[in-house]
Design a protein around this ligand. Structure first.
Ligand code: IMP
Length: 196
């Protein structure tokens, strides 16, 4: 399956940056309606694989909280949810150290798990999350991510996400869960950060 079949390029629809966010966002990359449409498509795609498996969605906080809640409600099959926290960024830079917490109480033995990510950038976070889920005895581990960044910084051990809502250029983005030092997660669109 090539990139064209798996996900979409952003910004097919134009939306001007709302006045109140023009100081921080230079361009709306993905609009709320594009997000809704892709989530419906992903829900159909995921149901062909998972409808009889009662998978566990491993929701990687904080960045994927909006994507995961919209996707979960769109899935037409039974599934469970677990939340983990992964932290690797300071400002617009990856620290290279990934801290994962929250898996202690989950029983994943022989369960099919689907990691829900906000964005795969270097892929270091996903690499560490996959290691932990495999150690925990999952029957299968796959990933559905809102965004995959086109970057030369991709880590050599990064797993390839199986389901990608949108491919984006190598820019720092904000909104729909993604933050800049904990700010702007609540924006209903994905926008490009306006460098000061
Ligand atoms: P990775 O480990 O480099 O793939 O980065 C994963 C995490 O870094 C994501 O889950 C995000 O929380 C954060 N991140 C990466 N790129 C961006 C961005 O453009 N905006 C906001 N957060 C980002």
């Amino acid at each position: 399956m090539n990139k064209k079949d798996e996900g979409e390029g952003p910004n097919k629809h134009v939306m001007t940056v709302p006045h109140e966010w023009q100081h921080i966002v230079s361009q709306v990359l993905i609009t709320p309606s594009e997000i809704r449409k892709r989530i419906s498509e992903l829900a159909v795609q995921l149901s062909t694989v998972y409808s009889k498996q009662n998978p566990i969605l491993i929701i990687v906080l904080k960045g994927s909280f909006l994507f995961a809640s919209d996707l979960s409600r769109a899935l037409p099959f039974e599934h469970e949810v677990e939340f983990i926290k992964a932290k690797s960024y300071k400002g617009t830079d990856s620290t290279g150290i990934v801290k994962i917490s929250g898996l202690e109480s989950a029983n994943l033995t022989n369960r099919h798990v689907l990691v829900i990510e906000d964005i795969v950038d270097t892929g270091l976070t996903l690499h560490h999350v996959y290691d932990r889920l495999t150690e925990a005895g999952a029957a299968s581990v796959k990933c559905c991510t809102l965004l995959e960044k086109d970057t030369v910084r991709r880590h050599k051990d990064s797993p390839k996400p199986d389901y990608v809502a949108f491919y984006i250029p190598d820019k720092f983005v904000l909104g729909y869960g993604l933050d800049l030092d904990q700010r702007f997660r609540h924006l209903p669109f994905v926008g490009v950060y306006k460098q000061p």
